[in-house]
Design a protein around this ligand. Structure first.
Ligand code: GDP
Ligand code: MG
Length: 163
């Protein structure tokens, strides 16, 4: 089975880090500064016995180049429209922000199967954000550490369930 999964969420939650981990190459630019993912990037991802196309989105990073709302919609809508399922990512250390909530309502309205991922969940400090994430109405958050490669088997299960 072949399918396309788009990673969406506000800047700096770790979307490109997960993209790189699943593709196994440094195709997406990872940076501390919001604003580095300029394009939608696609790669061939592998996770266990799953092989799929993964799309890394820019989120709001280009917002200052035009209307914030407009940029968000254009970027996110295009990625969502082309995807079979979405991976909606939040930062478990920071918890929910207004931007997360705006993204979440947009994602919910799309009606696409969505996996909620609470990234940066390694060590201590991730629990609060993961608990908050339940309030998004996107199901049970999958705790993940894209950077350390933790939680990938739970992500695998969540993808299988979503499809
Ligand atoms: P994006 O803007 O959503 O694409 O986020 P990036 O992938 O560029 O990552 C933003 C920052 O978060 C970088 O400094 C990453 O190293 C860091 N980061 C990504 N994943 C994790 C993680 O699992 N744990 C921690 N602690 N930091 C992470
Ligand atoms: Mg990025």
């Amino acid at each position: 089975m072949s399918f396309t999964l788009a990673i969406v969420g506000r800047p700096n939650v770790g979307k490109s880090t997960l993209f790189n981990r699943l593709v196994g190459k440094k195709l997406a630019l990872v940076d501390d500064r919001p604003g580095v993912t300029r394009d939608r990037r696609e790669g061939d991802a592998r996770l266990g016995d799953l092989a799929f196309t993964i799309v890394d989105t820019a989120g709001l990073e280009e917002a200052d180049a035009g209307s914030l709302e407009g940029r968000m919609r254009a970027q996110t809508e295009a990625a969502i429209a082309d995807a079979d399922a979405l991976l909606f990512m939040i930062d478990a250390r920071i918890g929910l922000t207004p931007t997360d909530r705006a993204f979440a309502s947009f994602v919910r309205k799309s009606g696409k199967p969505t996996i909620l991922v609470a990234n940066k969940s390694e060590g201590r400090g991730g629990e609060a954000g993961a608990i908050e994430a339940y309030a998004l109405g996107l199901g049970t958050p999958v705790p993940l550490s894209a950077e350390h490669g933790e939680g990938l088997s739970d992500l695998y299960d969540a993808i299988c369930e979503a499809l």
